[in-house]
Design a protein around this ligand. Structure first.
Ligand code: PHE
Ligand code: FE
Length: 287
């Protein structure tokens, strides 16, 4: 989601789609994917939601190299009716929502350079495809993402994209989920990050709180470092239940007169899994 990257591009969602040009990837680019993939494949079996790991399997992402979006889309289409299309970079919010509402996931085609292996500003193909696409093979999550796109178009009309974006951030990008042996990660921003897939679950620094729709929509987030708070859903069915059948319009109206909650704050109504020490954030901001 975000800024207009190519002002000359068409106003229609399809106008933003570019060919992936899979044949144009170099051996070094495929090797970069493999390196990132192996690192995450090693750590995620005990940390990621089973639904994410199943998605990797269903989509046969374990084959090596940057996935060919056409082949990936064929498998995804069979599983849940979604496809993956390439875009040049961040696209306008409405274009993004429209694609999601039509079960098209937009992904960057470029891959990070070796010196950006642990950190980059703009999502690349590894984040977009490895991070986001596996869960789209799960029918419940697939429905959630489509509903999010429809909700986005609606929020745009209501001037409330900011609140809805927080929901995306704390679920699709940085969500945690309960699992019989503790917590697991499912957010794309976590599963595609080597450091954060450890930090989000093991570090004493961040808060881990039960997901509550309105609470999440009141909560600020940071884009420059690991999250100071993660929200935990009980299951994907529960996430869908809390969002799909709730009319967000009255919520948006209420939120206007309520204050934001800070990135590290815990409020009395929170269901607390972990009270974070916030050591990580404190060390980062002290000069
Ligand atoms: N129910 C929401 C609305 O009324 C739409 C939505 C559904 C948003 C699921 C996110 C996820 O706008
Ligand atoms: Fe993302």
């Amino acid at each position: 989601m975000g800024k207009i990257a190519f002002p000359s591009a068409s106003e229609t969602p399809e106008g933003w789609v570019i060919p992936q040009a899979w044949d144009d990837y170099s051996a070094a680019e495929h090797a970069m994917w493999d390196r990132l993939f192996e690192r995450q494949a090693k750590m995620l079996p005990s940390r990621a939601a089973p639904e994410f790991l199943e998605g990797l399997d269903i989509l046969r992402m374990t084959q090596g190299g940057i996935p060919n979006f056409d082949k990936l889309s064929e498998r995804l289409m069979k599983a849940t009716g979604w496809r993956v299309v390439a875009v040049p970079g961040l696209v306008p919010d409405k274009v993004f929502f429209d694609h999601l509402a039509n079960r098209r996931f937009v992904a960057g085609r470029f891959i990070r350079k070796p010196e950006q292996i642990d950190y980059l500003q703009e999502p690349d193909v590894f984040h977009d495809v490895f991070g986001h696409v596996p869960l789209l093979a799960n029918p419940v999550f697939a429905d959630y993402m489509q509903a999010y796109g429809e909700g986005g178009l609606r929020a745009d009309g209501l001037g409330s994209i900011g609140y809805l974006a927080r929901l995306y951030w704390y679920t699709v990008e940085f969500g945690l989920i309960r699992h019989e042996d503790g917590l697991r990660v499912y957010g794309a921003g976590i599963v595609s990050s080597h450091g954060e897939s450890k930090f989000a679950l093991d570090d004493p620094s961040p808060n881990r709180l039960g997901f509550d729709l309105k609470r999440v929509m009141r909560t600020r987030y940071r884009i420059d470092d690991y999250q100071q708070t993660y929200f935990v859903i009980d299951s994907f069915e529960d996430l869908l239940r809390q969002t799909l059948r709730t009319d967000f319009a009255p919520l948006y109206a209420e939120l206007q007169s309520e204050s934001d909650i800070e990135t590290d704050e815990i409020v009395p109504s929170d269901r607390v899994f972990t009270v974070g020490t916030q050591t990580h954030a404190l060390l980062r901001t002290t000069p």
